[in-house]
Ligand binder design. Sequence first.
Ligand SMILES: [Zn+2]
Length: 420
Amino acid sequence: MLFTCGSRTLCAQNKDGWFKDSTLRIDYIFAGTNRTQSIYLDKLKAYDGWYGKHTGMNTIPLQGNGCITITDTTGMDTLYRHSFSTLFQEWQGTEEATRVARSFENSFLIPMPKNKVQVTVELRNMYNNTKSYLKHIIDPEDRLIGKHDKSKTLPYTYLHKSGDSMDQIDVVFVPEGYTKSEMDIFMEDCRKSMEAIFHHKPFDSMKDRFNFIAVEAPSEQSGVSIPQRGEWKSTAVGSHFDTFYSERYLTTPDIQKLYDILDGIPCESIIILANTDEYGGGGIYNNYMLSSARGRDYRSVIVHEFGHSFAGLADEYYYDDQYETYYQTGIEPWEPNLTTLVNFESKWKDMLPRGTKIPSTADGKDVYTRIGVYEGGGYQSKGVYRPAQDCRMKTNQAPGFCPVCQRAIRKLINAISHEN
Ligand SMILES: [Zn+2]
């Protein structure tokens, strides 16, 4: 209850006055097993400029699997909230988590408070219960808060600038496995990726809400680590395929290295492009996305992963042999493009054509456009439903996002656009 807004008026208040025009980066370690979760505070660092939201600061558009909340020191007044998902929580569902405890880096950017505040980080489980949380006080005068040296900010370029970074949603491209002499190739790959995103509805008509930035962070070696072939490279953010032993799953464990690259740069959403044509990627809500910059279906993969990392969309594909339960029947998932029909009103019920049967029959007609309630989604063939027969969140062949995903993205952009 502590984190619920007491009234609409309170939620609508602008909390900007509590914060300075600077950013506080907080590094945490999330650790545990399949049954345990612990959160540890690691380091704090500050730099000039706050590029995140200035209004609606204490509201979140999507629940995510975790949340960071800033309150006054009494815990009564909620000043800022930010939701996210983590690789750690995904890992907790793996077999490995039943036999060993592991730790994962997680970093967050929050507005620097003017006075002492209380920060609470909470992680939920698949039953939507808070499983662990950490509360700590931040004193802006704390002399152990590191200061980023402006002269050390890496060079960056605006590839698309629709306005000041204080006002726009800043998406940053980070190069992974591009050497110094390959920076031109990286810039070209960034442009193609941005065009792929802008080619999709609703991004095509909302370009004016975004800035796209490319940061120059060369890697020692060219390419990316592919453990299944015994290939390991020394790269900017240490990413690799075979995450959780899944061949195509490309992620990075080196989140602090990633944020070291971003220190001082306006950043609200992170796209890591890997210099490889090997098929693969990964995307985690309000965390980061990683994708191969070239090769088979790279445009579709980049936009699909951006759907995860930027818009919190779930995978709409599923396996016929259900290998494990990811979404619990009886609990409505928070992702806007899946339902277990527990609280379908909160999803796309209002978009269903009159007389739509639930569940709907996938008859192979109007597969991208006809909205229904199709069984199969979120890796499960039973008990989870998706809005269209096909969608960018289901296959690489789909031409774009289904109408429900499009509306969800539009709503999210409107919610986090700074001018709201
Ligand atoms: Zn969709």
